[in-house]
Design a protein around this ligand. Structure first.
Ligand code: SF4
Ligand code: FES
Length: 373
């Protein structure tokens, strides 16, 4: 992926959340707590118009996500449309909803890459965490189809207290599946994960052990699989460069057409985000107040403003600063330089002492599910 240095350079990637509908109900889902159902989603033509504009704007990669993108009956048509625009298309899927025939059709239509989520390295654990019996077996099947179609496969695994002991096993599992890459991401606490944080937070010891075991696999599997390892935020010294900087490289499109700098942007009160159903994408990218709110560094407070790392991590995550401190322009408290950094250790210690059971499974409001049925 290209790296932009000018904040008003075109975005290189677009995450298309085609739908919030999903057969799984992972308790760490990054989707918002309030989700619209099928009756609120954009039509095929509306999505195509967005992809046309994205290509014209300079976007190179389209990540089709959700929810579960295979829940959209027009997925094949949308992939073919993007391929026709010479956009690199990546399908981010749970696998549930795909068939042997649909995988072949997607490959023939020009799909470039598949990212398959796994919830655990065992069927029992995976099906329990995802709330979907038979989901693990389905993923094995889908991984085989991806290989048969000659498509590159990435495995995505989110690590939390219920599977932290299996983090390295998941790397072994991905190797057996023939994946070229695995993203082992310790849970980022937004959306449903923030809601369920007390049930998901591992102890520092658990996180450090899992981290070390995965790093050991990196050496063992060098040349066989690429490991992208997202460190456990709450046990880190410095924050991640969330979204590689707000409004710098990518945009998220919600199923309803709202254009956001990140998944959780709407949790920041007072920001105005525009909708591609009403306003051209290029105009939104350049001029929407929500995108411009945290570009550059004029918005930064100390210690970020005078920090030498500000061009590397952009002060961390705006949504996390909002969620934990009530101030989206504050230094992300994950940072050891934040005057509020002590709060993180307190939260981590408190939450990791809770029981794993009892989390709220992700769900679309019941009233919407009925209309989707
Ligand atoms: Fe990053 Fe701000 Fe911490 Fe510096 S003070 S390392 S810019 S979060
Ligand atoms: Fe919104 Fe990090 S999730 S800036």
């Amino acid at each position: 992926m290209t790296t932009n240095t000018n904040p008003l350079a075109p975005p290189s990637a677009l995450l298309a959340e085609l739908t919030y509908r999903c057969p799984l109900s992972c308790p760490y889902c990054s989707n918002p707590l309030q989700m619209g159902g099928r009756d609120t989603e954009m039509s095929t033509e509306e999505w195509k118009a967005i992809f046309d504009q994205a290509a014209a704007l300079g976007v190179l990669h389209v990540h089709m996500s959700g929810g579960e993108p295979a829940a959209r009956r027009d997925l094949l048509e949308l992939v073919a449309h993007c391929a026709g625009l010479e956009l690199y298309t990546n399908l981010i899927t749970s696998g549930v909803g795909l068939t042997r025939a649909s995988m072949a059709a997607l490959a023939a239509a020009g799909l470039d890459h598949v990212q398959l989520s796994i919830q655990d390295s065992t069927a029992e654990g995976a099906d329990w965490i995802g709330g979907y019996e038979g989901g693990f077996a389905k993923k094995l099947e889908v991984a085989g189809w991806v290989a048969e179609e000659g498509l590159p496969l990435t495995i995505n695994a989110v690590i939390h207290r219920a599977n932290v002991a299996h983090a390295a096993d998941m790397v072994d599992f991905a190797v057996r599946l023939g994946a070229r890459r695995i993203e082992i991401a310790h849970t980022q606490y937004y959306g449903w994960a923030l809601h369920n944080r007390a049930h998901l937070m591992p102890t520092r010891e658990q996180s450090e052990k899992a981290y070390a075991e995965v790093e050991e696999r990196r050496a063992r599997y060098r040349g066989q699989i690429v490991i992208d390892h997202v460190a456990p935020d709450y046990h880190a010294k410095y924050p991640k460069a969330c979204m590689s900087g707000w409004g710098r490289l990518s945009m998220n499109v919600t199923p309803q057409g709202k254009i956001l700098p990140c998944h959780a942007a709407e949790t920041i009160p007072g920001l105005e985000f525009w909708n591609a159903r009403e306003i051209p994408l290029a105009d939104i990218w350049a001029n929407s107040p929500g995108f411009n709110a945290y570009r550059g560094d004029d918005w930064m407070q100390e210690p970020c403003r005078s920090c030498e790392r500000k061009t590397e991590d952009f002060g961390g995550c705006r949504c996390q600063a909002m969620a934990l401190l009530g101030d989206a322009s504050a230094c992300d408290p994950i940072c050891v330089k934040s005057p509020r950094h002590g709060l993180i250790a307190e939260i981590a210690a408190r939450d990791s002492a809770e029981k794993v059971e009892g989390f709220t499974p992700r769900r679309i409001e019941r009233i919407r599910e009925k209309s989707d049925a």
